[in-house]
Design a protein around this ligand. Structure first.
Ligand code: GAR
Length: 212
């Protein structure tokens, strides 16, 4: 499977995917890393691993449609089978999403359907939740609302800050994202008629990873 990873920032999840590929836990091949920001450290990580990069800045386009179309063309050029959003911080148009439906994953730092959008760690603290986590899901047109595939949960402690939660959640993400990507690569996880299947059976609820 030919994989593209879309990024906007640090790229620690990209690094986890690169490491998994190099360690043979991920059988797909990361063909290209696409960033909407030229200064994203993720690009450096890709270059260090000899992976092709592309920068497509949303600021160079008059609207979301034309930006998404440029990304789509790049993905076609790379002949991509699976698109992995890893800290990609742009909202995608329904038209773009429909072209990659069932072939595009996102990771989100909350236990979806709770805390869609940004600043999830601070919002969890503000509400006083005892549990927090991250979710890998298929991407559909509605933001952070596609079917959840896997989740990992932590207990929020009294000492946690938004920064400590971000760090703790990142550790979980680096474990579950390569695993879910591999399930797509080895055919265990698929998407048919708008629904996720795991081991040929409809996936009724997200797979829970044990607390790390
Ligand atoms: C990750 O925590 C990811 O869940 C989050 O951005 C971070 C990127 O970190 N994604 C979103 O908030 C998407 N809505 P990274 O650049 O180090 O992989």
């Amino acid at each position: 499977m030919k994989i593209a990873v879309l990024v906007s920032g640090n790229g620690s999840n990209l690094q986890a995917l690169i490491d998994a590929q190099q360690g043979k836990q991920l059988s797909g091949q990361i063909i290209g890393v696409l960033s909407n920001k030229a200064d994203a450290y993720a690009l450096q990580r890709a270059e260090n691993a000899n992976i092709a990069t592309a920068v497509i800045s949303h600021k160079d386009f008059p609207n979301r449609e034309s930006f998404d179309e440029a990304m789509h063309q790049q993905l076609l050029n790379w002949q991509i089978d699976l698109v992995i959003l890893a800290g990609f911080m742009r909202i995608l148009t329904p038209n773009f999403v429909s072209k990659w439906q069932g072939k595009m994953l996102n990771i989100h730092p909350s236990l979806l359907p709770f805390y869609k959008g940004v600043n999830t760690h601070q919002r969890v603290l503000n509400t006083g939740d005892r549990l927090h986590g991250c979710t890998v899901h298929f991407v559909t047109a509605e933001l952070d609302a596609g079917q959840s595939i896997a989740q990992s949960v932590i207990e929020v402690s009294l000492n946690d800050t938004a920064e400590s939660l971000a760090q703790r959640i990142h550790k979980l993400e680096h474990f579950i994202y390569p695993q879910v990507a591999q399930w797509i690569c080895n055919g265990q996880l698929s998407w048919e008629n708008g629904k996720a299947y795991f081991n040929q059976k409809p996936l009724e609820r997200p797979i829970q990873f044990a607390q790390l």
